[in-house]
Design a protein around this ligand. Structure first.
Ligand SMILES: Cc1ncc(COP(=O)(O)O)c(C=O)c1O
Length: 384
């Protein structure tokens, strides 16, 4: 069975993790499930970073609870942990922290704070599979964690995600909830297979941007399998087919891709070191060297002055820069009040989402990226 083999490979990467693993059509479904298993309901508050993907507050809001955002730090792109205590109330039940771009943050401080207030912790580790924090695999320091295996994540199953928890009581509740997952339709699975083919055989330096933009358009305007449906970015109604299971089609793709993960992570770390060295020498912003490594560096964040122009130049130069997160609740731009978010309350998240791009950490030729950065270094914001 592909799923059993896939599970074994994942356990190995998580240092022979022997707790429960649950798989979903998308990681957000795992987040929703664990919050439900934690008993989150109307009137409860869930703390999360003010620099995330909109599907994270969605999972909270679908349960009738209230997202309480905390501003983030420009070092870790996760929240400033000392700020959390100020927003804890007797309605707070969970803290969701986030491994952003594959950067670890001080989870020891966070889990101690959660223990002090008797709160659950969930690590949104959608970017962080494969790194460690204090020698512990990312995702295993909290009560539970989700990992995404969507296209651009540490290893891909096309779309997909998983949930881990070492807490037996929570795992039993999740097992019960998962019995209600609906299977993907044959159309969705066919769609996925077609997308695997396109990714494997048609994507190259020349076709990357046109195909990625076309895919984004299709996923917002048609029924093609995509990252987020238009409902998820315009309303708080839980989509009818949200609670969906993982499939063997995804497990097979995952098996193929996880076999390359070791080499990819090694390369990501080497390239991240090179980026840091280059940026530091030029006195430009860079990931601090003394953070809570060992980061997995899915991407390398960089702050630039005129992102729109910089992205245009990158597209022309055929450099695959990323744009997470173009908004504090990516990808929704503009008015975020539906998600109970006021950008003015979170100045750092607002600033970062205006200026951040991310550099590829496994490019086929990193020299081309350096050449591009050198040529356009005026765009790069100086070190603080
Ligand atoms: C920070 C963050 N959390 C959660 C998710 C959701 O992952 P998925 O698309 O697998 O549901 C994403 C998606 O990219 C993300 O960036």
């Amino acid at each position: 069975m592909p799923l059993d083999k896939f599970k074994n490979n994942i356990r190995e990467y998580l240092q022979d993790y022997d707790g429960k693993l649950f798989f979903y059509w998308k990681a957000r479904v795992g987040l929703y499930t664990i919050l439900k298993a934690m008993g989150i309901k109307e009137g409860d508050e869930v703390i999360l970073p003010a620099f995330t993907c909109v599907v994270v507050p969605n999972a909270i809001l679908y349960l009738g609870a209230t997202p309480i955002y905390v501003d983030v730090s420009s070092d870790t792109y996760n929240f400033d942990i000392p700020h959390i205590e100020k927003v804890i109330t007797n309605r707070t039940k969970v803290i969701i922290c986030q491994n952003t771009y594959g950067l670890s943050s001080d989870l020891e401080e966070l889990t101690n704070l959660a223990k002090k207030h008797d709160l659950f912790t969930v690590e949104d580790c959608t970017h962080g599979f494969g790194g460690t924090y204090n020698g512990i695999p990312n995702g295993l320091s909290c009560d539970a964690a989700i990992y995404s295996t969507q296209w651009n994540k540490p290893f891909s199953t096309g779309i997909g995600g998983l949930l881990v928890t070492n807490n037996k009581e929570l795992a039993d509740k999740v097992t019960d909830l998962c019995s209600k997952l609906m299977p993907p339709t044959w159309k969705e699975l066919l769609n996925l297979k077609l997308l695997f083919f396109v990714k494997r055989y048609l994507i190259n330096n020349y076709t990357y941007w046109p195909l990625v933009n076309f895919y984004r358009w299709l996923s917002h305007n048609t029924n093609i399998v995509g990252s987020s449906t238009s409902e998820e970015i315009t309303s708080l109604e839980i989509p009818e087919d949200y609670f969906k299971a993982f499939s063997d089609v995804q497990a097979k793709e995952g098996l193929r891709n996880i076999s390359k993960l070791g080499d990819d992570i090694k390369k990501r770390k080497e390239n991240a070191l090179l980026y840091t060295k280059f940026l530091k020498e030029k006195k430009k912003n860079h990931v601090p060297e003394d953070l809570f490594s060992n980061h997995s560096f899915l991407k390398y964040p960089l702050l630039v002055k005129n992102r729109e122009e910089f992205m245009k130049l990158a597209t022309t130069a055929r450099i695959a820069l990323g744009e997470w997160f173009v908004s504090p609740l990516h990808p929704v731009e503009g008015d975020l009040s539906l998600w109970k978010f006021n950008s003015n309350d979170f100045p750092m998240a607002k600033y970062l989402s205006k200026h951040v791009v991310n550099l590829p950490t496994t490019p086929s030729n990193i020299d081309r990226v350096f050449h591009f950065l050198e040529k356009h270094s005026d765009f790069i914001i100086d070190s603080p």
